[in-house]
Design a protein around this ligand. Structure first.
Ligand code: SF4
Ligand code: SF4
Ligand code: SF4
Length: 339
């Protein structure tokens, strides 16, 4: 049998290409939202920027306040100012402000302003969980809460790079640093409580509940007409507490319903979400894409390796007779034996 090296390589290459193409077609299925998944609906049009949620969050999670020495000196008091301007290793929840032009009217894009609450989005298909090589970040199969285990963490900070919302923070100032992010007050929920930010919020801007119910509530609000009065539940959808407020008008979307495969922290606002610093994201999570590529590469490498092994074996068997008849091969065989 005559197989030259060029033909051999052609066959092997064709096999590898076929395997890769087949692998690409087998995308990892999207992660599903658990029916009992819990979340938070933040409605920026109800938020008054009081930051009670930030204080509640600090208290419930034993996070130290960040004092501003200049403000302390100006006011003549000490230790009451939480001066962080964004999420950091001591701040799991941050109320930020957007202002445009004269910033005269609340929840208006032009010449207006809006508040926005930033915290972990508890993604349905979290990139941080996918990126963590030691499963220090995990998603609870029932509640969907993305939790963190400091004992497993090796400090690689891949989760920070992977998160599309720039949420996980790192304790650079500690000798044994940890990753820090909102875990939806799972310690309070384990005792039948609700997240501290929702318990502290006086207006219902931060509302706790099952994600499916919160989505329904979000769409109910999107059907409201600006200027009419409506009842808004406060603290939690199950609390039975509510308050009446004038509808300010909504940007027509629930942020988090589809972004990056969906999130359990959902947002409503009167201005476009991009203006509030939320990234425009498609419905596919990067975790799904990257895991699909990884699996494809593994499959793609395994298949050509098997193919190559099979071809080598076939060629070896088929050329066995030729090698026996060939005097040069016999001489080689003789040399090997003497060596
Ligand atoms: S927002 Fe970031 S840190 Fe939070 S679950 Fe999603 S990927 Fe992870
Ligand atoms: S759920 Fe808990 S940890 Fe997360 S932002 Fe609210 S209070 Fe902070
Ligand atoms: S407590 Fe409620 S109203 Fe006050 S800043 Fe937080 S979300 Fe807004």
């Amino acid at each position: 049998m005559n197989i030259d090296r060029r033909d051999f390589l052609k066959v092997a290459l064709a096999g590898a290409t076929t395997a890769l193409t087949t692998g690409t077609a087998q995308a990892r299925p999207p992660k599903e939202l658990s029916p009992d998944a819990v979340g938070i609906l933040y409605d920026a049009t109800l938020c008054i920027g009081c930051k009670a949620c930030e204080v509640g969050c600090k208290d419930a999670n034993a996070m130290p306040m960040e004092a501003d020495p200049a403000l302390e000196q100006a006011e003549g008091v000490q230790g009451i100012w939480d001066a962080s301007s964004d999420l950091d290793s001591r701040t799991l929840n941050k109320i930020k402000a957007y202002a445009q032009g004269t910033a005269a009217v609340k929840d208006r894009d032009h010449d207006g302003y809006s508040f926005i609450k930033r915290a972990c989005m508890h993604c349905v298909d979290p990139d941080c969980v996918s990126a963590c090589p030691v499963s220090a970040l995990t998603k609870d199969p029932v509640t969907g809460i993305v939790g963190y285990n400091p004992d497993a963490c090796i400090g690689c900070r891949y989760c920070q790079l992977a998160c599309p919302f720039n949420i996980p923070k790192f304790e650079f100032d500690k000798p044994f640093p940890k990753i820090v992010k909102c875990e939806m007050c799972r310690h309070l929920q384990a005792e039948g409580g609700i997240p501290a930010c929702c318990a502290a919020c006086p207006t219902g801007a931060s509302l706790f509940g099952r994600v499916s119910d919160l989505l329904q509530e979000g769409h109910r609000r999107l059907s409201f007409k600006p200027g009419e009065r409506q009842e808004y539940p406060i603290h939690s959808l199950d609390s039975g507490d509510s308050r009446s407020a004038e509808v300010r008008g909504y940007y027509p979307r629930v942020y988090g319903e589809t972004e990056t495969g969906g999130t359990q922290y959902l947002l409503l606002a009167g201005v476009p979400f991009e203006d509030l610093g939320l990234p425009p994201l498609g419905p596919e999570s990067s975790a799904r894409l990257s895991e699909t590529i990884q699996h494809t590469i593994y499959q793609g490498l395994a298949a050509p390796a098997l193919l190559l092994g099979g071809l080598v074996y076939t060629v070896y068997r088929r050329t066995e007779d030729e090698r026996h008849d060939d005097p040069a091969s016999q001489a080689d065989e003789e040399d090997r034996r003497h060596d």
